[in-house]
Design a protein around this ligand. Sequence first.
Ligand SMILES: C[S@@+](CC[C@H](N)C(=O)[O-])C[C@H]1O[C@@H](n2cnc3c(N)ncnc32)[C@H](O)[C@@H]1O
Length: 234
Amino acid sequence: MKSNAKWLYDETVQVGTDYQDISNVQAYDMQMAKFRDVTKEAADIIEAIGLRREHSLLEIGTGTGNFAIEAAKHCNNVYAIDVSSAMIAYAKQKAQKMGISNISYSQAGFLSYEHNGYPLDMIVSNIALHHLPDFWKMIALKRIYKLLKNDGTFYLGDVVFSFPIEEYDSKIDSWIETMKEKVGINFAQEAQMHIKEEYSTFDWIIEEMLHKSGFKFDIRHKDDFFAVYYCKKK
Ligand SMILES: C[S@@+](CC[C@H](N)C(=O)[O-])C[C@H]1O[C@@H](n2cnc3c(N)ncnc32)[C@H](O)[C@@H]1O
């Protein structure tokens, strides 16, 4: 991709929650600890992808860095990227405190990351692709495909809409209500902003994009608002 093209999407501009703001970064980490068992989640992903010591793994949209830290305990080389320099600084500090030294952090994203080195064994991205509009999601998936070695694995989890479209009003309201009950009003407001300003799309669009990028994939999880795809480069 021409990195200086005038029409290139600027992925550094924050969409939805501003993750360049350190208070939002800290709040995100605290909210996630309430809402998710991030360590178990990471262990499940590591098991699902069959991560081994000799593998190289890239995480795109690492956020506060929990998955990359767990992955670094299982393989020699982890690359963790995020467009937010505040997220990268926070994640790096967390890893340092834990004595983890085999993660290379860089401020880069789906559309801008350049990998220097051998093609990657594994790429993981969780709750980040929806930051791109659909056209750019497709470009991102094609770039991910190219970064992987043959038979490499791409694990994608994201907020994806699979509910019947006729029910969108009630489904979205109850999703936001659940966030309020489980995590609190601030997170419910973020969920509202997600719907209003971010670019989550339909399951059938994501799945067609994965096909068109060249991946073979299984759907590992799908509910009304979240989907997980285990993809292989063939
Ligand atoms: C909702 S957080 C998810 C963080 C983490 N993966 C998790 O599971 O908690 C989304 C992250 O994606 C990052 N992000 C947004 N656009 C991105 C892009 N184009 N490329 C890479 N990361 C991006 C944000 O800065 C933020 O850290």
